[in-house]
Design a protein around this ligand. Structure first.
Ligand code: ATP
Length: 382
C-alpha cells in the first residue's frame, strides 16, 4: 500500500475459537441466517477453525421480549465478537424510537463506525440475467452519513416537520467521510481491474456532492495507476443497464449507493444474489443487500446466496486482517460451493426459476464445500 492512510496492522490471531454474532432479524431473516450458519460452520470446520455462534434477538423478536428492536447488550456483544452475521430487518415497520423502534442496521453502522459498504454484483454465464452484457463490478457505498435520518445528527434526527405541510431532510457529507470511502474504493480497485468511477449529483448538490468529488479527486491523485472517471447518478442508472461491463469499482454516497446496488443486484439475476459487507477499521458486519422481503417470509423460498456470500466476505475480511490463510481458504471454499450449486438449475431457488427451497439450497452448498479449495493459497478478493 502506497498511501499509508488505511494500513491496519494484522491483528493477532486470536487463540481459540472464532466468535460470530448471529442476528436473525425479521421477515426472511431467520431462514437465510440459519442456512448461512450451516454453510459457514461447515466451511470453517473443513479448515479446522473452531467457531462459536452467539445468537441474540433483534427486530420484532427482541421488541416483544425486551421492548426494543435493538437491546443495548447486542451492541456490546457485537463489539466483543470477531464478526457479525446480520439478517435483514423490517425497520420501516418498527414503532417510533421513543417506543423502542431502533434500526439495528443503522445503529451497528454508526456505533461500530462501519463506514464502507462493499457491494459486489456480477453476472454468471449459468444464471439467467435480465441483460445480455456480462459484468463484474463493486459498489463502494459510504455508510455512516449521507441522506439517512438516523445518521445525520449528534442529537435528534435528520428529518423534521416544522409545520404540518412542510417536511425537511438533512443530508450530511463530511470531507473525512468522503476521503476514507474514496481510499477504500481505490485500494479495492488495485486488487481488481484498476478503475474507479465516482457517482454524484454535483450539478444540483453543488456544495455537498462538490465536497465529495473534491475529496475523491484528491485521493485519485494518490493512485496514478488507477483509471478514474465521474458520472452523474441519473446517467449511471441508465449506464448500468446499457454498459455495465465498463465499470469496475463505483464509489458513491450512502443513498445513491443503496439504490444503484439494488439495480446492479437485480441485473445480476435477482435481489437475492449480491453480497454485502459493512466494514470499518475494527469491525465488520455481513449483511445481505436486500431487505426482509416479508411477502415471502416463512415459506422456505428465499434465496440465501446474498447472505451466504456476505458471510464469505466477512470471513475473508478476517483472514486478510489476521493474515490467516485458513480463513481465506474457507471464504474461497464457500464462494466456490455457491457457484457450483448455482450452476445446477435444479438446485436454484424460485427467484432464479428453480424448484429449490432455501434450506435445500443451503444443504446443497454445504455438500459442495471442500471441492477444490482445501489449499491455503486462496486469493483475497472482494
Ligand atoms: P429494504 O428497503 O429494506 O432494503 P426493499 O424495498 O429493497 O427492502 P426487499 O425486501 O429487499 O425490498 O425485497 C423486494 C422484493 O424482492 C421482495 O418483496 C421479494 O419478493 C424479493 N426478494 C428480496 N430478497 C429476496 C431473496 N433473498 N430471495 C428471493 N426474493 C427476494
Amino acid at each position: 500500500m502506497k498511501t499509508g492512510e488505511q494500513a491496519h496492522a494484522p491483528m493477532a490471531i486470536s487463540s481459540g475459537r472464532l466468535r460470530l454474532l448471529e442476528l436473525a432479524g425479521d421477515g426472511i431473516g431467520p431462514e437465510i441466517v440459519a442456512v448461512t450458519r450451516v454453510v459457514v460452520g461447515a466451511a470453517l470446520a473443513l479448515q479446522d477453525i473452531e467457531v462459536e455462534f452467539i445468537t441474540r434477538d433483534i427486530g420484532f423478536a427482541a421488541l416483544e421480549k425486551t421492548g426494543t428492536t435493538f437491546p443495548g447488550e447486542v451492541l456490546d456483544e457485537a463489539r466483543a465478537c470477531d464478526g457479525v452475521i446480520l439478517g435483514p430487518v423490517s425497520h420501516q415497520d418498527y414503532p417510533p424510537t421513543s417506543e423502542g423502534g431502533l434500526n439495528p442496521s443503522g445503529v451497528l453502522r454508526k456505533e461500530l463506525d462501519l463506514y464502507a459498504n462493499i457491494r459486489p454484483a456480477r453476472t454468471r454465464p449459468y444464471v439467467p440475467s435480465p441483460i445480455r452484457t456480462a459484468f463484474d463490478l463493486v459498489i463502494v457505498r459510504e455508510n455512516t452519513e449521507g441522506f439517512y435520518a438516523d445518521r445525520t445528527m449528534f442529537v435528534g434526527n435528520g428529518e423534521f416537520m416544522p409545520t404540518p405541510d412542510l417536511a425537511l431532510a438533512v443530508r450530511k457529507i463530511t470531507a473525512q467521510g468522503c476521503r476514507r470511502i474514496a481510499l477504500s474504493a481505490f485500494e479495492l480497485a488495485r486488487q481488481r481491474r484498476r478503475k474507479v468511477t465516482a457517482v454524484h449529483k454535483a450539478n444540483v448538490l453543488r456544495i455537498s456532492d462538490g465536497l465529495f468529488l473534491d475529496q475523491v479527486r484528491q485521493v485519485a491523485a494518490l493512485f496514478p495507476d488507477v483509471a478514474y472517471d465521474e458520472k452523474l447518478v441519473d446517467a449511471m442508472a441508465a449506464l448500468l443497464i446499457r454498459i455495465p461491463d465498463q465499470f469496475d469499482v463505483i464509489v458513491t454516497t450512502n443513498m445513491f449507493g443503496d439504490i444503484l446496488s439494488d439495480e446492479a443486484s437485480e441485473l445480476s439475476g435477482s435481489l437475492g444474489m449480491a453480497p454485502s459487507l459493512n466494514s470499518g477499521a475494527d469491525h465488520a458486519v455481513a449483511q445481505a443487500q436486500h431487505g426482509s422481503a416479508p411477502d415471502i417470509a416463512g415459506r422456505d423460498i428465499a434465496n440465501p446466496v446474498s447472505l451466504i456470500g456476505s458471510a464469505a466476505m466477512l470471513i475473508r475480511w478476517l483472514g486478510v486482517r489476521r493474515d490467516q490463510p485458513a480463513l481465506l481458504a474457507a471464504a474461497q471454499d464457500i464462494d466456490e460451493a455457491v457457484e457450483r450449486t448455482l450452476s445446477e438449475p435444479a438446485l436454484r431457488t424460485r427467484d432464479l426459476g428453480g424448484p429449490s427451497g432455501t434450506r435445500a439450497f443451503g444443504l446443497a452448498v454445504k455438500a459442495r464445500l471442500g471441492g477444490s479449495s482445501r489449499h491455503l493459497n486462496a486469493k483475497p478478493s472482494p
